[in-house]
Write a protein of this length. Structure first.
Length: 345
């Protein structure tokens, strides 16, 4: 279990968050992202509620105290199961527990959770009520919901308000809205991230309709400039996914000043985060995890985008991709790879 040590505050952290992504945002990825931004809200991969109860809890829930502010995302549709998962996970000290009502994968559909639950707002409300009760009983974190604007042939302008109204009445005060439909038939999970059209205006209308709620926009945001523009329109925050993963310096490197500026809507420009310094900061963490049996590749695979856009970035990626998975690979490999990148600026 993790204790909060010199952790960044959770309050206001929704202004910029990194989306939960299965097989991407594991604890090594999150530690790396935290080395770049001290303020952005980070999310775990989605974990099924039943896995928290019956699976290897330490492996699923452990994290570094440096990762705060940090949210745990759960998946499921049975209130009693999710409530027990929340009770267990509350011991780990997460800042937030989020219910996934947006993932369109076949695996999620077969388990009756994720985006398919957009059609059953009363079920989601029951889950949220049970999760809140379990969390409040042990002094745990707030419960939030991540959703789509609808599924398949839904009319989003009808589905989304009905969903938010029902779930908000159960006590959910924060909704992260991926402003696309999820097509459960005919599109792959990858296609569902890009093909259904975005409707930012509909998501923003939810903030106008329920101004006391925290409404966070997700989907299609690929730069800090776009994030700032959407916050200026009235969203309480923006969640960014693959853009933050693929080019973390561009997204997270100036986020603390530009999005979390002290006492301002937006802060002043700051000196760019030095990716070489981030790499060096990661070395003690990597050495410690490798002593615990973690393979080098399990960490460095998240660092391939560290030098995105710089001369030599491709050579850096190739060197890590070709050698980090090999037996006997050591953290020194990162320094070798970084030496292939152009000089510091």
């Amino acid at each position: 279990m993790a204790e909060r040590i010199n952790a960044a505050p959770y309050r206001g952290a929704h202004r910029l968050s990194v989306a939960p992504m299965i097989e991407w945002t594991d604890r090594h990825c999150r530690y790396f992202h935290r080395a770049i931004s001290g303020r952005a809200l980070l999310y775990t991969e989605m974990i099924a509620g039943a896995a928290v109860i019956h699976g290897p809890r330490a492996r699923l829930l452990d994290y570094s105290s440096a990762e705060h502010p940090l949210a745990l995302q759960l998946g499921g549709s049975e209130p009693s199961v999710l409530a027990e998962a929340v009770r267990i996970a509350s011991d780990w000290g997460y800042d937030e527990i989020n219910l996934n009502v947006g993932c369109p994968s076949d695996r999620v559909q077969s388990g009756c959770f994720g985006a398919v639950l957009m059609r059953s707002p009363e079920v989601v409300a029951a889950c949220v009520e049970a999760m809140r009760g379990a969390s409040e009983a042990v002094g745990g974190p707030p419960i939030t919901v991540k959703c789509r604007i609808g599924v398949d042939d839904d009319e989003p302008s009808e589905r989304l308000p009905e969903f938010i109204d029902t779930v908000a009445q159960a006590g959910c005060e924060t909704f992260i809205i991926h402003a696309r439909k999820a097509w459960l038939q005919g599109l792959s999970p990858k296609e569902n991230r890009t093909i259904p059209p975005l409707d930012y205006d509909l998501a923003l209308a939810m903030k106008a309709r329920w101004p006391a709620l925290t409404i966070v926009l997700n989907g299609g945001i690929e730069s800090l400039a776009q994030a700032r523009a959407q916050i200026a329109r009235g969203f309480d925050g923006v969640m960014i996914g693959r853009a933050a993963y693929n080019d973390p310096i561009a997204i997270l490197g100036e986020a603390d000043a530009q999005v979390f500026g002290q006492g301002q809507v937006f802060g002043e420009a700051q000196a760019p985060v030095d990716p070489f310094a981030v790499l060096e900061q990661m070395l003690p963490y990597i050495e410690a995890r490798m002593r615990e049996g973690v393979r080098l590749h399990s960490i460095t695979r998240h660092m391939l985008g560290l030098f995105a856009g710089r001369p030599g970035a491709r050579l850096y990626r190739r060197h890590l991709s070709e050698h980090a998975h090999k037996d006997g690979a050591t953290p020194a490999l990162l320094l070798e790879a970084a030496a292939l990148v152009g000089e510091r600026v």
